[in-house]
Design a protein around this ligand. Structure first.
Ligand SMILES: Cc1cc2nc3c(=O)[nH]c(=O)nc-3n(C[C@H](O)[C@H](O)[C@H](O)COP(=O)(O)O)c2cc1C
Length: 409
């Protein structure tokens, strides 16, 4: 029997799009836009390299919907058609490979560095608290209702422009402590109006974002969402609430539900808060998805921790998930699907780079920057370098902005 037959099998999404196998690259912020937030040739080339090895789906790093609300200085921003020809080139990176490319669309809300955002807005005026790095974030201003409605409209506009550029779907970033997840969590959303309080009210934002996109892209265009299984904080968004939101999105017509968890405050998505036993078992959120499977009808994708091909194959064969999401392994294995399907690779590598300086390592920012550098190498036509020095990798500019923003706040 073929040891990877389930992973290799194609999958048809509810809108009839066909993914040629069950492996998806999960979103990784590349930070490879120009200073005015257009895609660079390095970014586009990275997607050409990834597409050549034919995974089922490539979800891009988060693309922002507003240039005044960015997560990183070099995020791609799509709020009008000014970069449409470069966006077309990016979408065309999958040319003739049968690979789908879906941009992940995002608004950071309060999880936005003060040094690169003039004003920071969130559901409520509650700042991010990250051990050793809280000074990097400004206390946000609470959004007015009018601003909320305008942001919802932006998600739809961005999605429509991306569809027109030729991308074959979009994903809403509803996880990891960004704006959608801030609305869902009672720790960051203490609003007293119809956007806060009960779960029904906290979920109003994500449902409105979904519906706005759907109205603009039409019934047949796939819309996925990445959502937290929980935010893993006392008094936060719980597993039960997350399941309820899944049910709401399922009923409304979402095409793919990707499960993750955590935020900058509690980076469960990177394995930081997982018990050693969970890391060894891989697939941080597998127990959650087994329960979710019974509640929803729409396809499920699971991301976080997968490294053994046999574990991925089993998760699909057992019927727990439809699509396997991989992030860091794609930065280390640009030809990941060729290695698995044609060369028999059984274990993917994705090291945990450490600086040895606890305050830096606790924030997880070094790891993100290290992986971004690997993606940049792929985009430059080089091989990833597992021996890259983490601290040096942070680069002078990052150090300067870290120090500056520390004194500024
Ligand atoms: C460099 C880097 C950037 C990331 N950026 C995003 C992002 O833009 N959007 C997102 O949903 N997750 C992002 N993530 C999280 C990954 O999608 C994924 O959830 C996490 O790395 C766990 O999966 P893995 O164990 O396969 O790496 C990022 C991770 C890395 C390493």
């Amino acid at each position: 029997m073929n040891k990877i037959q389930h992973l290799q099998s194609s999958f048809t999404l509810p809108n009839s799009s066909i993914l040629q196998n069950r492996i998806a690259k999960s979103a990784m912020s590349e930070n490879l836009g120009t200073s005015n937030h257009a895609p660079t040739s390095t970014l586009i080339h990275a997607y050409k390299v990834w597409a050549k090895a034919k995974p089922g789906l490539l979800i891009t790093g988060n693309v922002m919907i507003d240039q005044n609300a960015i997560g990183e200085a070099r995020n791609v921003v799509v709020e009008d058609e000014q970069h449409i020809s470069l966006l077309k080139q990016w979408a065309n990176a999958a040319n003739k490979t049968g690979v789908h490319i879906w941009p992940q669309i995002n608004h950071p809300g309060r999880q936005a560095f003060g040094s690169i955002n003039k004003d920071v807005y969130a559901p409520s005026a509650i700042p991010v608290k990250v051990k050793g790095a809280s000074a990097l974030f400004k206390t946000p201003k609470a959004l007015s209702e009018k601003q909320i409605v305008a942001i919802i409209e932006r998600y739809g506009n961005t999605a429509k422009i991306l569809k027109d550029a030729g991308f074959t779907g979009v994903q809403i970033h509803g996880a990891h402590g960004y704006l959608v997840s801030q609305f869902l969590s009672p720790l960051s959303n203490i609003r007293k109006d119809e956007w806060g309080g009960s779960l029904e009210n906290r979920a109003r934002f994500v449902l409105a974002v979904y519906q706005n996109i759907r109205d603009k892209v039409g019934a047949d265009f796939p819309i996925g969402i990445k959502i937290n299984s929980a935010d893993f904080q006392r008094g936060g968004f719980t597993e039960e609430e997350s399941m309820e939101v899944l049910r709401m999105l399922d009923a409304q017509g979402i095409d793919l539900l990707e499960i993750s968890g955590g935020s900058y405050e509690r980076p469960a998505m990177m394995g930081a808060t997982q018990k050693q036993s969970t890391i060894e078992r891989e697939a941080y959120f597998l127990e959650y998805i087994k329960k979710a499977r019974k509640l929803v009808t729409k396809p499920l994708m699971l991301t976080g921790g997968f490294r053994q091909v046999a574990v991925m194959e089993k998760a699909i064969a057992d019927g727990h998930v439809d699509i396997i999401g991989l992030a860091r392994p794609f930065a280390m294995h640009p030809k990941l699907c060729i290695q698995i399907f044609e060369q028999g690779l059984e274990t993917l590598q994705a090291p945990y780079p450490k600086s040895g300086i606890k305050a830096i390592d606790d924030t997880g920012s070094l790891e993100l920057l290290w992986y971004e550098l690997q993606i940049k190498r792929i985009g430059e036509g080089k091989q990833p370098n597992p021996k890259l020095n983490g601290l040096r990798g942070m680069g002078r500019n990052v150090w300067v902005s870290l120090v500056k923003s520390f004194f500024k706040n």
